[in-house]
Design a protein around this ligand. Sequence first.
Ligand SMILES: [Zn+2]
Length: 254
Amino acid sequence: MQFPTSSRIITQQFGENPAIYAQFGFPGHNGIDFAGVLGDPIYAADAGMLHVHPLDPQGYGLYCTITHKENLTSYYCHLQQLVVKDKATLKAGDLIGFMGNSGFSTGPHLHLGLRKLPYTKNDPYKGYIDPLPYLQETESNASLPSSLPQTSFSSLACPLPAGGGQSSTISSRTVDKKGTAVIKATLLNIRSAPSIQAPVIGILYESAVLGYEKMVMVQSGGGWEDVWLCFGEVLYVAAVFQGVAYVQLDNGTI
Ligand SMILES: [Zn+2]
C-alpha cells in the first residue's frame, strides 16, 4: 500500500487516546491521522473497489472505503469532497477526493483506517488494524503533490506564447450553477484561482467525476472566453480553455 496523501505528519497514531475513543466503542484511536490543509489531494492506498458511504456527521464525516484483496478495507475519512463515484474500480494512487474537516474532527486531516475481515469476537478493535506498517513509499508518491510541475495543464493543449504571454485577466463573471463534470483530459490541474498562472494544488485524472458549485467565465484575451469550474470554495479546474474542452458536463452543454 502507498501513502494516501503527501503529508507524512501523523498527529494521532493507532491506539492513542483511549478516553476519547471509548465513546466509539474502541480501546483507542482506530486508525492514523495525517495532518494537512483543506483541499490536499487524497489518493487510493491500493487497488480496489470504492464505496461511498452516507455522511456520518458525528464520526467519519464525508468518507469512503476501498475494498482490497486479502479481505482488507481502507477508510478515508473527514473528507471535503469525493471525486469518484460509488463502486468505481481504482488503481493504487488514483485521486479519490480532498482533505477536509467533516465529522468528528477539530481541523483538516485525513483519518486513514484499515480493517481486516473477518475479526474474532474478542477483538476490541473489531477488525481495525494499524495501517502504518502497510504503507510504503513509492516513486509516484515522492513527486506528489507539492512538486507538481506547473506545466502539466498548459502543456496539454494551451502552450503560452513565447516570452510568457499576457496573463492578466480582462474580465470574469461567476454563474451560480451546480452540476457534475467528467474529466476528459488525461489529467487536469486543480488551481487556487481561475487562471493557469495560479498555483497547482492537485490533479484530477481522466474519468474522475467532479461536483462543482459555480462556473466562472474568464475573458482571457485573443477572443477566447474560458470556462472554469469552482468547487470546495476556492478550487478551480479549466472546463474550456482557449476553445478546447477538457470536461464533459452532465447536462451535455460542454
Ligand atoms: Zn483519526
